[in-house]
Design a protein around this ligand. Sequence first.
Ligand code: 9MG
Length: 290
Amino acid sequence: MSKLLHDKLHCGRYLLTLQGEHFRPLVMGVLNVTPDSFSDGGRHPTLDAALSHAEQMIAAGVDIIDIGGESTRPGSAAVSAAEEMDRVMPVLYALRDCGKPLSVDTRRPQVMREAIAAGADMVNDIEGFRDPASLAAVSDSEAALCIMHMLGEPGTMQADPQYGDVVADVGDFLAARVTAAREAGIATQRLCIDPGFGFGKTLAHNLALLARLDALQQRLQLPLLAGLSRKTMIGKLTGKPVEQRLAGSLAAALAAVNQGARIVRVHDVAETVDALKVWQAVTGEGAAPA
Ligand code: 9MG
């Protein structure tokens, strides 16, 4: 596993271990609060459903809860800031004291500010904080930043994405965004990077990135977050619809941590925690199992 510039991720109220004796790969659980994520037939997802999902993730050993109010699947339509806020803020307030770091998955500076004021410990921006207003929204806080690469926009990003060398191009983008974050006064200890699997990438691009994740991490020496869970690339490799992608997603998460990823973003927390325990016992990485 490549060495990082810092041993701990400074994540709002929390310090998360990234390397050394007590390290184990961290599991970020996805908590989508979009109408399609809790299909109760109503127009709005219910707060109760979101909270009970969060409780299950906590019981299963989640390390970070990533709350998102906008679907960013390929082809998805944008929502207004007001709608996004209506979805996300009640969940953030309700979970503020749940004992786990809360991440907000948003690309809107206004939502970032409100979320941080409400207690969010991390901001996960699929646009990689390209908007100067986004960097300004987070700079004067303690929140961690997940800087993700995306080519294009969710609505159109899968229409023929092109790269010279995908690993080099994604690395160049992330390096530039890390420099911009540092220039905005954000401490290195608050940063993690993410190649953005499936965000403007073909299957071949995704596989090239997954195979060379450690090279990407070594280049920037920052913790790498990988989100592969249930994605189209798993469907393409297995021929399975989204509801049957658990095994493929677990294999992808293990491939990512084997390539040095420090955080995996997943839907199936309990299963991923178990898979990582086995991986860790075999590889001897970080903390010995209890
Ligand atoms: C919101 N979201 C969906 N997929 C993601 C991924 O792969 N990484 C990050 N950071 N966020 C994601």
